[in-house]
Design a protein around this ligand. Structure first.
Ligand SMILES: Cc1cc2nc3c(=O)[nH]c(=O)nc-3n(C[C@H](O)[C@H](O)[C@H](O)COP(=O)(O)OP(=O)(O)OC[C@H]3O[C@@H](n4cnc5c(N)ncnc54)[C@H](O)[C@@H]3O)c2cc1C
Length: 363
């Protein structure tokens, strides 16, 4: 049976980053993903926030133009509240090339990246992987579950699993460079996006038109809501939606970091660990940060030869940082009618309301 120090399941940003850090510190790492092409089946809009852009080395040629404008709309779409930052707040990743570049970095660091390979479970003392040639078992000192919001690794290790999920869907298409500044348009309308937002990000290169919310609260499903929103979405003046668009979508955990995210056999990172801001539903920054903590915990555990060292990688302790955002998430989840959303805009139009929105959006 093949044997490695660490098996990482999932080559999203969390798995790629964790695997690369581990390989750089001398670990033998196998990274598998069921996708056979990392540029395909993308599940994220790819908005990176300023903190991430400042602190992580993302390839500049995989990032769109900086965005400083955010427009917040009530259900009527009339009189948006526009906030403008003095700094570049967001850039949208060209995620296909970005994943491919991150996988090349991982391989250069010594990670064995194996695509088209699905993790299906544990058997005796091995982890079972299936590809086109069939099943095989791999022995690993540690396993990392970087396999997304509905993590199979979490289930097999008996760790916590995400229970509070939004579901999101979006369409992406190229747009001509317009006159206006790159802008992030957010619509608060629970009939379109129950418990979250509908959005258009138009950075002058691509438009992302999406909705997300609690799955059970969409009256006719998320796809129907997206269709409805797409027909009247703001921020697309002079832009014609092409017949062919890229479609993205998937679950978004918003219950905050899970408590039990490690055991002597391994740990969870990224969406698998619930590392997503409960309020903004942004997971790219938390997944990179948690991956650094995870790689360091794994390195310590392997170095010391004491797998129990992984118990220090404790979601319950790290979760405290999410507390304020969890409270605000509960508030947003209670905005159940367009009338209530409209009323909330009365507060948002005040200087105090705008200062609060700035604190959330421009952090
Ligand atoms: C519609 C949508 C829009 C979003 N937009 C943003 C945004 O703009 N900004 C932001 O910060 N966050 C956003 N998020 C959240 C963000 O995308 C995620 O938090 C982040 O991508 C999580 O990365 P990850 O590596 O943990 O998981 P993922 O990127 O989901 O990667 C998991 C990987 O595991 C693989 N995998 C799963 N199961 C197996 C298995 N059994 N065997 C092998 N491989 C497996 C999958 O193929 C996948 O490649 C969005 C989410 C959604 C759904």
């Amino acid at each position: 049976m093949e044997s490695v120090d660490v098996l990482v399941v999932g080559a999203g940003l969390a798995g790629l980053h964790t695997a690369t850090l581990l390989a750089r510190s001398g670990r033998e790492v196998l990274l598998v993903d069921r996708r056979s092409n990392l540029a395909g089946t993308i599940r994220t809009t790819g908005i990176f926030v300023r903190r991430t852009l400042e602190e992580f080395a993302l390839p500049d040629d995989c990032l769109g133009p900086p965005i400083r404008h955010v427009a917040l709309y009530p259900p009527s779409l009339r009189r948006p509240v526009t906030l403008v930052s003095r700094r570049d707040e967001y850039r949208v990743g060209d995620m296909g090339p970005l994943y491919v570049a991150a996988a090349a970095d991982a391989a250069a660091a010594g990670v064995r990246v194996v695509l088209g390979t699905r993790y299906v479970g544990r058997l005796d003392d091995g982890y079972v992987l299936v590809d086109d040639d069939g099943a095989r078992s791999v022995r690993a000192r540690f396993v990392v579950g970087a396999d997304g919001a509905r993590s199979r690794v979490a289930r097999d290790l008996g760790l916590d699993r995400n229970r509070h999920l939004l579901v999101g869907a979006e369409e992406v298409f190229a747009v001509p460079a317009g006159d206006g500044p790159p802008t992030f348009h957010c619509v608060v309308d629970p009939s379109l996006a129950p418990g979250y937002l509908a959005w258009v990000v138009n950075d002058g290169r691509h438009a992302h038109v999406g909705v997300a919310g609690y799955g059970a609260r969409f009256p006719r499903g998320v796809r129907h809501a997206l269709e409805r929103f797409g027909a009247a979405a703001p921020g697309l003046a002079g832009v014609e939606r092409p017949a062919e668009v890229e479609r993205r979508g998937g679950p978004i955990p918003v219950g905050g970091l899970l408590r039990r995210i490690s055991c002597p056999e391994g740990l969870l990172v990224g969406d698998a660990a619930g590392a997503v801001s409960p309020l903004t539903a942004g997971g790219l920054d938390p997944c990179l940060r948690l991956s650094e903590i995870a790689a360091s915990a794994l390195d310590d555990a392997q170095h010391a030869g004491r797998p129990y060292a992984l118990t220090h990688y404790d979601g319950a302790a790290l979760r405290a940082r999410f507390r304020g955002r969890l409270l605000l998430r509960r508030g947003l989840a209670q905005v159940r009618t367009p009338a209530l959303a409209t009323a909330a805009f009365v507060g948002l139009r005040t200087p105090l309301g705008q200062a609060a929105a700035r604190r959330i959006l421009f952090t």
